[in-house]
Structures are given as structure tokens and as C-alpha cells.
Design a protein around this ligand. Structure first.
Ligand code: AMP
Ligand code: MG
Length: 353
């Protein structure tokens, strides 16, 4: 072989070796199966790892079924088991409920109690008064103060409920149950249970940015984004570990602007008005239902009260963003959050107290 062809062969083999090396070092191709559908008034994304199409489709159907069941049972204004219960409460009558409904209401009651009723699913009357019991954003104006005061005077809490076997009764006919702050978490927990029952160990069920992730994305953990509360896009990201829920309550989710003021859907049960001073709260916790309730309670507690509410609820991984874009975090959360904006915002560390 002359020097020319030999050099060409060497170059060619080197090229092949380089290409092989590059291919083996390159990130693994995306093998996540993703599917998306609409339920609970939000877009739900299911991500699954390393699964064939047929099983993935079966898994997605199972998730959709669980979330639809929650939607049908707990819808706050479309005819549902919940509207049937609320109507009976308004009439001052007892009503028969099944075991599942009782267990959900008892868990919501226990979380409401632990939060000092900042998470208060009995304030459906106030949520409706502010216009949030309809599709889309209300047009405003805000309700008259006298109407707010009249509802506040009725002091609705979940503690008015009593359970006698299958019979539910409310000592306070002004209680209007609204599980908007909790039902999505409940549904996500059940969806994950349904996936596990199918033998799936690596998945994310993401309902409009609120999610539970189990297992891994192949060789690496799942990485999830946390929305910026004041701008389009992502503020930060987190790698989930094993089995975790990441839930955010934000003032940007449902709101109307009136006379230069934003009125959103997170109501402070103490004054009956949309909470001021908080933009968003993110909680990481194993249970999605508890993360959901806690995010709402901590949003209401705000920068001054979140640490006490966190202790009462037993949640330790929290990020709260106030109206000045100050970011409050527990050290356990700070250790995990990667800011995706530059410069990163100022962070104020605090422990539950
Ligand atoms: P989330 O996005 O989980 O914080 O839930 C917000 C929804 O919960 C609202 O749209 C209302 O239906 C309901 N809600 C509003 N304020 C409260 C509150 N203080 N406690 C419980 N539920 C609330
Ligand atoms: Mg919530």
C-alpha cells in the first residue's frame, strides 16, 4: 500500500473511532414517552421512561381516568357529588356519603385544622362571591365590602362538619366546601398510585405545573421547572429525588384586574379578600395532596407567617416569593433550587418555627 491510501485509511479509522466516541459520550436520546390531555380545568402531562407505546397509552388512560373521577366528584360548580353535598348543607340537612368522600373530607378537615384554617376549604361562598366559581377569569368589579363582611360573619370552617357513619352534617349552614386548593393534589396522588399498580416506576404526572415525580429519567433524575411568578418562563428548576411532589400556588393562575389592582383566586379567610404580599409559594413533599394544601396555606400565611404555618403543617421544603420578588426559602429547599434567571434573586433563608 502506498503512503497515500494508508494515510487515508488511518484517517478514516480515526474518524470512525471519533464518531463512535462522540456518540457514546453524547447524551442519551430522549426516550421519555409524553402524552397530554385536558382535565381538572388544566393541561395534564404524563411523562414515562423506557416504556413501549401500548403500555404507555394504557398508563396515560389510567391517569386520565383517576383525574376525571376527581373532577366529576369534586367540581365546585358543575353538578357533582360536591354540589350535592353543598346543597344539603345549605338546606341544613344531613346527607349520605360514601367512604371515599368521607376520607377525603376528613383529610381536608385535618389539614385545615393544622394550618390554623388558612387552608380553609369551607370558604366556597367567598370564592364564589369573588367570581371564581365559573370558567375563565371574572370581569370584576370586586364584590361590595358588605357582602364580604356578611359571609365572614358566618365563620365557615371544616370543623362544622360531623360524620356519623355514612351521614354527613354541618352545624353551620354557611359552609360551602371548595376543594380547589386540594383536589388536584389528591388526583395526582391517585394517578401515581394507578401507574404503580401497572408496574410503572419512572413517571411524572404534571397537572398545570403541579406534579408528582417517581423514579428517574433513565441515568439522571427528573428535572422540573418552577414558573416565574412575575414574568413568562421558568424561575428555577429542581431535580426530584425518588418520589416527590412539587406544588405551587400563584397569584397569576386565576385573576382579574380592576382599577389597576389585581384580584386573584387565593382568598385570605381572615378578611375574605385576595391575599396581598405573596406572589407564589412552592412546596416539595411526598404526598401531592398535602403539598397542594400546604402551598395554599403558606401563600395565605405570607412572608410574616409562613415559618409558623410550615411548622404546624410539618412541611420543610418551601419557597415563598413576596410582592418585591424577595425569595424566602428553607435551607432544605435552597440546597436544591437552581435559579434559571440571571442575576438570581435575593434569597432570605428561614426554618419552620
Ligand atoms: P391552589 O392553586 O391550590 O392554591 O388553589 C386555589 C383554589 O383554592 C382557589 O381557586 C379556590 O377554589 C380555593 N381557595 C382559595 N382560597 C382558599 C383558602 N384560603 N383555603 C382553601 N381553598 C382556597
Ligand atoms: Mg393548593
Amino acid at each position: 500500500m502506498s503512503r497515500g491510501p494508508r494515510r487515508r485509511l488511518t484517517a478514516c479509522l480515526t474518524g470512525i473511532a471519533l464518531a463512535w466516541l462522540l456518540a457514546s459520550c453524547a447524551p442519551a436520546p430522549e426516550e421519555a414517552y409524553k402524552t397530554r390531555f385536558l382535565t381538572l380545568g388544566t393541561l395534564v402531562d404524563v411523562s414515562l421512561w423506557d416504556i413501549d407505546e401500548a403500555r404507555a397509552a394504557e398508563a396515560a388512560r389510567a391517569v386520565e381516568r383517576e383525574l376525571n373521577l376527581i373532577h366529576q366528584r369534586w367540581h365546585a360548580w358543575e353538578p357533582s357529588e360536591l354540589t350535592r353535598i353543598n346543597a344539603a348543607i345549605a338546606r341544613g340537612e344531613a346527607i349520605d356519603i360514601d367512604d371515599d368522600t368521607r376520607a377525603v373530607l376528613q383529610q381536608a378537615t385535618q389539614l385545615a385544622h393544622a394550618s390554623g384554617h388558612l387552608f380553609n376549604p369551607a370558604i366556597g361562598g367567598l370564592v364564589e362571591l369573588w367570581g371564581f366559581h365559573e370558567e375563565g377569569a371574572p370581569a370584576g368589579p370586586p364584590p361590595p365590602q358588605a357582602a364580604i363582611d356578611a359571609l365572614l360573619a358566618t365563620a365557615p370552617t371544616m370543623e362544622a362538619l360531623s360524620f356519623d357513619g355514612a351521614r354527613l352534617r354541618s352545624a353551620n349552614p354557611a359552609v360551602r366546601i371548595d376543594l380547589g386548593a386540594f383536589a388536584k393534589g389528591l388526583g395526582v396522588d391517585r394517578a401515581i398510585a394507578a401507574l404503580r399498580a401497572l408496574g410503572i416506576e419512572d413517571a411524572i404526572v404534571n397537572a398545570g405545573g403541579d406534579l408528582r415525580a417517581i423514579g428517574r429519567h433513565g441515568e439522571r433524575p427528573w428535572r422540573v421547572g418552577i414558573r416565574h411568578p412575575a414574568e413568562p418562563g421558568i424561575l428555577a428548576s429542581i431535580e426530584t429525588r425518588g418520589d416527590e411532589s412539587v406544588f405551587t400556588s400563584g397569584n397569576y393562575e386565576r385573576y382579574f384586574d380592576y382599577d389597576g389592582e389585581r384580584y386573584h383566586h387565593l382568598i385570605d379567610p381572615r378578611d375574605g379578600r385576595p391575599v396581598r404580599g405573596t406572589l407564589s409559594v412552592t412546596v416539595i413533599h411526598t404526598s401531592a395532596a398535602e403539598a397542594d394544601a400546604a402551598a395554599t396555606a403558606l401563600f395565605v400565611a405570607g412572608p410574616a407567617g409562613w415559618r409558623e404555618t410550615a411548622r404546624r403543617l410539618g412541611v420543610v421544603q418551601i419557597m415563598l416569593i413576596d410582592a418585591d420578588m424577595n425569595v424566602y426559602m428553607t435551607p432544605e429547599m435552597a440546597e436544591r433550587v437552581r435559579f434559571e434567571v440571571s442575576p438570581p434573586p435575593a434569597v432570605i433563608l428561614g426554618d419552620p418555627e
